[in-house]
Every structure is written in structure tokens, then in C-alpha cells.
Ligand binder design. Structure first.
Ligand code: SF4
Length: 81
């Protein structure tokens, strides 16, 4: 698995910096349909059956205590954190 993972969610691009993640799990608690732990306890993207709610994903990214989750809008501007 790579150190940085990105996924398009609606108009948003969500990035996980897996080197920064310390595995508190706040993002998974907030958006369990989007994030999960890998075998090493580091956040990764869930295989999504359906498109998650963008505001739920934004809240989950804001909840990360170490800013390992970054969100960009459709123009590439960083909106979280
Ligand atoms: S909230 Fe941040 S530190 Fe915690 S599991 Fe998610 S990405 Fe990792």
C-alpha cells in the first residue's frame, strides 16, 4: 500500500497521508463507510459500495488530530484542514 492514497468523492479529492496517520481512528468513527484500518492499524479507504455523503467525509477529515487527511475542492484548493 502506498504512503499517500487519494480518492475522488463527489466533487472532492480526499488524500490520506499514511505516514502521518497514528491510528486513533477518529475518521473511521465519523465515516465508517469511507475509511477503515489496514492490517497495520493505519487508515485507508474502504471499498465503497455507494458514494458517501460529502459533508460526512469532510467532518471525518476535520476530526483527524494529526492532519493526515486533506480535502481539496473541484478546483484543487485545499479546504481541509
Ligand atoms: S483520524 Fe487521522 S490519525 Fe486517526 S486513523 Fe484517521 S487518518 Fe489516522
Amino acid at each position: 500500500m502506498s504512503d499517500v492514497e487519494e480518492r475522488q468523492i463527489g466533487e472532492l479529492t480526499v488524500r490520506i497521508d499514511r505516514l502521518l496517520c497514528v491510528g486513533f481512528g477518529d475518521c473511521i468513527e465519523e465515516a465508517p463507510a469511507t475509511f477503515e484500518f489496514d492490517d497495520e492499524g493505519i487508515a485507508t479507504f474502504q471499498e465503497m459500495a455507494e458514494e458517501p455523503d460529502e459533508s460526512t467525509v469532510m467532518e471525518a477529515c476535520r476530526a483527524c488530530p494529526v492532519d493526515a487527511l486533506t480535502v481539496f475542492d473541484e478546483e484543487g484548493a485545499q479546504i481541509v484542514p
